[in-house]
Design a protein around this ligand. Sequence first.
Ligand code: ZN
Length: 217
Amino acid sequence: MSNDLKAIVLLGAPGAGKGTVAQHLLDNFDVIHFSTGNLLRNEVKNDTEVGAIVKSILGSGDLVSDGVVNQVVEVNLERVLPEKRVVLLDGFPRSVDQAKFLDTIFDACLKNSMKVIEIEVDYELIVARIVGRRVCVLCAATFGADDKIGRCSRCGGELVRRGDDEEEVVRHRLLEYQRITLPVSAYYADRLIKVDGNASREIVLQSVTKLAMELGL
Ligand SMILES: [Zn+2]
């Protein structure tokens, strides 16, 4: 692998297929997955100092602040970067401020050893995909808009739309993404690689595989 690549940032709107791409990279390449949600949950589980703060914030129903998230990402990166495996950052940075922070840690050594992969999908397609999604009330299996079935093919349970998947909620999430996270893509113009996420899952994952190999993963 190219020795200087230390981190890959995965960018993409909610519903663009970031989770699928992350899982594909984990299944096929030697990368360490850093999802902000998992990192925060680990801190709570391991009863760390930061974990206690996170726990009290989550308990009060507030959002964990940028400062706390930054701190958690930094200590965890410090722990794994010496391993020389590429870290896949998923859900971080979610704002330009966080992206700037990431460029300052480790004496700014990450800045030149990082690539950013942005999965671009038309918002209307995202809305159609999410609103068409159904989840089984019994086993939680999810089915896409293209699976034209009335009941769960695994257990026969009833299929419903998740509350989060209502069109209005989806459009709100996309607007928030556009406002807060999309500027991160412009900030990273010098290390950005765009992947067309409008194609079928199979085609998208093929491009991701090709890209990962070009990056030396
Ligand atoms: Zn089911």
